[in-house]
Design a protein around this ligand. Structure first.
Ligand SMILES: NC(=O)c1ccc[n+]([C@@H]2O[C@H](COP(=O)([O-])OP(=O)(O)OC[C@H]3O[C@@H](n4cnc5c(N)ncnc54)[C@H](OP(=O)(O)O)[C@@H]3O)[C@@H](O)[C@H]2O)c1
Length: 339
């Protein structure tokens, strides 16, 4: 229980599923966070393509909902750009949750650079800037003595980066192997369980919102590759990009292949692997049915091989607004716990 309370003002840049989830968890957890960690987290600015709302004293629920629903009458839209919010509104932490773009990292890259240069800590769920410019962004954060945290970019709610850095401190990390894309896991699980062809299950996944209208980044393994690059750079000290990853997706997997695997005591999973010898690979692989990596549905999983602790496996929800917001909230709190 904390007796002194520190106010932490945040901006939320990108107010879709994840940004909305962040507002929701802060609303739900405000009192508990103040009691346990001595932090009074206030959202002072939100920006997305619909507009901008700001209030340096903390935005009201009405203003937040007004932006969420596009109902401009409910919240007073500020005459300000997204970059203006990051630069001009006084706050401590910028949460970046705009869409991932692995071509040039934008608009997230500009948002993160602007925030660090304006003296804000950054917490992001956006994979693009981290996968493309990890070294440059970390150097900028260090130069400005600010934190740049990104747990939500890999595995959503499932802790990997903070687990390695904090709980496994002192261990050498030999490799990380896992399922980092829930859409592919869902498709392969349904195909194996029902003996259904890939196209059929993909369509079903699109209908229930598990796969996007353009599923190519997921099913071709690119999303997993981007996450591996973030792990390679942040945990193994590499300077990798997506071009360094050997990638095969799941589009060629047939129900017959899954059946043959099952007969031999295996499942087929889209596995990402990064190790300290230089392996950086995404491919469908045979996984023994009793292996901890054999998780079904949309779940994510990662086995972290260490030199002292042995193998540690984490399983969790890799996507979802509240799940991603859980990782973001944890990153925000941890910035202040170690200061
Ligand atoms: N969804 C998940 O479960 C999950 C999990 C982990 C990580 N992530 C990552 O988190 C990020 C956000 O995901 P999401 O699912 O929340 O996406 P989303 O629902 O598409 O939301 C993206 C938001 O960014 C806004 N935006 C786009 N361009 C912008 C700009 N230039 N300036 C300000 N706002 C801008 C959009 O505005 P409009 O609504 O006005 O278009 C929208 O509000 C992505 O990078 C994603 O890869 C998502």
């Amino acid at each position: 229980m904390k007796t002194s309370i520190k106010t932490v003002r945040i901006s939320v840049i990108g107010f879709g599923n994840v940004g909305g989830g962040v507002a929701e968890v802060i609303k739900r957890k405000r009192e508990e966070i103040a009691r346990k960690y001595g932090l009074n987290i206030k959202i002072v600015g939100i920006a997305d393509l619909k507009g901008v709302v700001v209030d340096e004293n903390g935005l009201s629920e009405e203003a937040i909902m007004g932006l969420h629903t596009g109902d401009k009458k409910r919240g007073k839209m500020a005459d300000m750009t997204t970059v203006g919010v990051i630069k001009e509104i006084e706050h401590e932490v910028m949460v970046e949750a705009t869409p991932t773009n692995v071509e040039d990292g934008e608009p997230g890259l500009t948002h993160i650079i602007t925030a660090l240069e304006s003296g804000r800590h950054v917490v992001t769920s956006n994979k693009g800037p981290l996968a493309l410019e990890y070294k440059r962004l970390m150097e900028l954060a260090a130069k400005r003595e600010k934190e740049l945290r990104f747990e939500a970019t890999v595995g959503g709610a499932m802790p990997i980066i903070s687990l390695v850095r904090e709980n496994l401190a002192g261990n050498g990390i030999l490799s990380i192997t896992g399922i980092l894309n829930g859409t592919c896991n869902y498709i392969l699980t349904r195909m194996a369980e029902e003996g259904l062809p890939y196209e059929h299950v993909l369509k079903e996944a699109q209908e229930i919102g598990i796969a996007e209208a353009d599923p190519s980044k997921d099913v071709e393994g690119i999303d997993t590759a981007v996450k591996l690059v973030i792990l390679a750079n942040s945990i193994f000290g590499r300077n990798a990009t997506c071009k360094d990853v050997e990638v095969t997706g799941i589009t060629e997997i047939t129900p017959d292949a899954l059946q043959l695997a099952d007969d031999a005591g295996y499942v087929i999973k889209l596995i990402g692997e990064v190790d300290r010898e230089g392996c950086l690979k995404v491919a469908p692989r045979l996984v023994p049915q009793e292996d901890p990596l054999n998780v079904g549905g949309t779940m994510n999983v990662a086995t972290i091989k260490t030199d002292l602790a042995g193998d540690i496996t984490v399983i969790g929800k890799g996507a979802g607004p509240i799940e991603a917001a859980s990782a973001i909230l944890s990153d925000i709190i941890s910035i202040y716990r170690c200061r």
